[in-house]
Each structure stands twice: as structure tokens, then as C-alpha cells.
Design a protein around this ligand. Structure first.
Ligand code: PMP
Length: 414
């Protein structure tokens, strides 16, 4: 199985002749224990509910080839050249248009195009984190963000969530505790909408409350929103950035609404921060891919991109429904979250089952999932499993859940 999410880092050992040469920050680049298994699980007979790959086959390829042809015909020399470290003005305008769908207003000057939102996570962390600084993050949190934070030697403080997202009182308590310990809290990293991995969405009331808590404590908010437009039933509450401009850095991406292969995302930063962000972007990559930016602008100008997002929503809604009904049928005594959008269901195993220990046996039974431990920096999540419904079709999802059920039942009988 391939997975788009980071599964590894440098696993330096005494057998590595450069062991003593690595920078201290590489200690945070820990190899994922599940990486080896994921390699085994890439066999076609294994049903993978583990990766988070968008179903790009739902994007008609002629929409892309048409856009690419026009890029070469109309903008060839520019598209093949280096470009601005901030990104093209056309695409920054487009990003604003897309963000307006979630209530966000902003200036094109404050949009910075990046190489996926993953790179924006890296740049923001680089700008703000000294070793030992604290980043508040949901419990659980996105595995790729945890990896970035570790690589800058941040301390990650997980804050509890429930079905309505991050719990405001838990955030207050964490801030009080960390301050009493003399810690420096730099920002709150949050995925308020269709959370990865938990699948839940922060309620509107809590959005207001959480922004208020961060404002009162002088804590910047890093809002990561790759899935907001992929809702199934009703649209989610507007983005945090639509409520608060000065204290929120917003991250968006074309990876889920178009295709991750372009590797294009963006940050909308408070005006004071965006200059540093551009400098950091230039120092990391000189500029985001001009070719990808031209291609996406061309696609947005010529294709019914909102209709295409509706198509993706329809596909993912059907897959979510297939997963939820299979879970209800086969594992009725267990609990899981019910996502109204995005890619993931978060399942709680009955004790004493351990999702990490169970994974090799699941792969033997030809089903793979991501154990909850990947989404915590503190060893939590042993009783949790992330199930992705984005890539396999409905029939395959049902097969996967049936296999998972027999693994769980066998474990319970042991
Ligand atoms: N944030 C979250 C929450 C994600 O799920 C992902 C992709 N899985 C990313 C960031 C990175 O996305 P990209 O770099 O493709 O924009």
C-alpha cells in the first residue's frame, strides 16, 4: 500500500557510519513502526483502509490534459521558468475565491502559495518554533503535522476532543498547566473541519470560544483545512479564519479538491506574518512550481471545478455510507465517529485490544488500517483505529470491514 502521509524518518542506528554526525533535530524524525507492514500491505489482495489517498480517478483526465495543453500553448516560457516566491497573482486570486466559499475574506497580498499544505506546515513551524516550545494540538492529530513539529523539536501538548471537536475547557486547562510549568506556547494547530483522523467537526459555538481563549492567551492559531469543501450532508460551519483575521494562519490545498500530484497548497497569513512566510518559502524552494500553478489556474478557468467537487463529494459520500453500514452490520457493539465530510472514520476497539499489536494479524487476514498510535505524540491511541473510505470502492470497503470484523472477533477470543 502506498500512503500519502509520512510514515517514516531517518532511523539512524549504530550501523549507520554517520550516526554521530546528524543534527539534534533529527532525533524527532522517528521511523514509523508500521512502515514495514505498509510495504507488505501494498499487495493487491490486501484491502487498504489505511492510506488517505484521494480518488483521483474520479477526475476526468481530459480536463487535466486540456489544461496542460493550453498552459504550454499560451504560457509555455513562463510555466517552465522560475516564478515568484509568493506564487502567481492569478492563483492567489483563485485561492481567495475558494476560501470565500467558507466565509473567508482576505487580501491577495496575504496569500502565499506553497508546495502542498504539508510544506506550509513546515514553514510555519520553522518560523515560530525554538526547541522546547509548545504546540497545542488535538488528541489525536494529523500524523504528518506531528512529524513536522517533532523535526523542529517542538513539544506537542495534546488537547482532548469529543464528537464536537476540541473541548474548550480542556484547552483552558492545558494552557493553565503549561504556563504554570513555565512553558512557551507558540500556537494551536487545529483541523476544525472533518478532522484527520477523528472525522469530527468543531461546532460553531466552540469555534467562537476557542478563538476567544487563544486571543486572551496570545496564542496564534494554525487552521489546517484540506477537507472543508468535501461535505456530504450539510455544509460545515465557516472556517476559523472567517471569524478572526489577525490571529489565524489558514492553510488550504488543491490536493483533495483537484489532485495531490500538483503539490500545490496555500497559506493565508495575517499581514504581519506573510512577509516572513514568503522569505521562508523562497529559502526552502525558491518558488512553488510555476507549471503546476499555471495548470491549476487553467483548470479553474476552463473546467466546472465546483461540479467536479460535487462529483468527489458524491463518490466519498457513497463510500462513507458503505463503511458506516458495514460497521453497523458487523460490529454493532463498537463505537465510531460519523463524519459529515472528509476521508476518515475513527473506531474505538473494545479493551483489551491493541490496534498496533493487532495490525500484523489484520494484514495476514488481508486488511490494513492505520493504528491510532500514529496520531499521538505521547503513545496514546492504542484502542483506536483510523479507517479511510476515500480510495477503495464500496464493495471493497464492505470486504475490508468484514475481514476486520473477523480479526477483531478472533482477538477477543484469544
Ligand atoms: N493536513 C492534513 C490534515 C492532511 O490530511 C493532509 C494530507 N493528508 C495535509 C495537511 C497535506 O496535504 P498536501 O500537502 O497534499 O496539501
Amino acid at each position: 500500500m502506498t500512503t500519502h502521509e509520512p510514515t517514516s524518518g531517518g532511523s539512524s542506528t549504530r550501523f549507520d557510519p554517520w550516526y554521530d554526525h546528524y543534527a539534534d533535530r533529527t532525533a524527532g524524525l522517528s521511523a514509523s513502526e508500521v512502515r514495514a507492514l505498509f510495504a507488505v500491505a501494498s499487495r493487491p489482495e490486501v484491502v487498504s483502509l489505511a492510506g488517505g489517498m484521494p480518488y483521483v480517478s474520479a477526475l476526468p483526465s481530459e480536463l487535466v490534459t486540456g489544461a496542460l495543453d493550453r498552459v504550454m500553448r499560451d504560457h509555455g516560457p513562463q510555466a517552465l521558468q522560475y516564478g515568484s516566491g509568493q506564487g502567481t497573482p492569478e492563483l492567489r486570486e483563485r485561492a481567495l475565491e475558494i476560501m470565500a466559499l467558507e466565509g473567508i475574506r482576505g487580501s491577495v497580498d496575504d496569500v502565499v502559495i506553497t508546495t502542498g499544505s504539508q510544506q506550509a506546515l513546515d514553514l510555519v513551524t520553522k518560523l515560530f518554533i525554538n526547541p522546547g516550545d509548545v504546540i497545542l494540538a488535538e488528541a489525536p492529530s494529523y500524523v504528518g503535522a506531528i512529524g513536522v513539529f517533532r523535526s523542529y523539536q517542538a513539544e506537542i501538548a495534546h488537547v482532548l476532543m469529543d464528537d464536537d471537536g476540541l473541548i474548550p475547557q480542556a484547552l483552558r486547562d492545558a494552557i493553565t498547566r503549561l504556563k504554570a510549568d513555565g512553558k512557551t506556547i507558540k500556537f494551536l494547530y487545529t483541523i476544525p473541519t472533518f478532522h484527520n483522523p477523528a472525522g469530527v467537526t468543531l461546532s460553531w459555538e466552540r469555534r467562537l470560544e476557542i478563538l476567544e481563549i487563544c486571543r486572551a492567551n496570545d496564542i496564534l492559531v494554525l487552521e489546517d483545512n484540506p477537507y472543508g469543501l468535501l461535505y456530504f450532508d450539510s455544509p460545515p460551519p465557516n472556517a476559523l479564519r472567517s471569524i478572526e483575521e489577525d490571529g489565524v494562519i489558514y492553510l488550504g490545498t488543491f490536493s483533495k479538491t483537484l489532485a495531490p500530484g500538483f503539490r500545490v497548497g496555500w497559506a493565508l497569513a495575517p499581514h504581519a506574518i506573510r512577509e516572513k512566510l514568503i522569505l521562508a518559502n523562497e529559502s526552502a524552494t525558491l518558488c512553488p512550481s510555476a507549471f503546476s500553478q499555471f495548470a491549476i489556474s487553467e483548470y479553474l478557468a476552463s473546467a466546472d471545478w465546483k461540479g467536479q467537487i460535487d462529483t468527489f463529494r458524491g463518490v466519498y459520500r457513497g463510500r462513507r455510507d458503505a463503511m458506516l453500514s458495514a460497521l453497523s452490520e458487523h460490529l454493532p457493539e463498537m463505537s465510531w465517529t460519523v463524519p459529515n465530510g472528509g476521508f476518515y472514520v475513527w473506531l474505538t476497539l473494545p479493551s483489551p485490544l491493541d490496534s498496533k499489536e493487532m495490525l500484523p494479524r489484520a494484514v495476514k487476514e488481508l486488511v490494513a488500517y492505520t493504528p491510532g498510535t500514529a496520531f499521538y505524540s505521547d503513545g496514546g491511541g492504542r484502542q483506536k483505529i483510523r479507517l479511510s473510505f476515500c480510495y477503495p470502492n464500496e464493495e471493497t470497503i464492505r470486504t475490508g470491514i468484514r475481514r476486520l470484523t473477523s480479526v477483531i472477533n478472533e482477538e477477543l477470543e484469544l
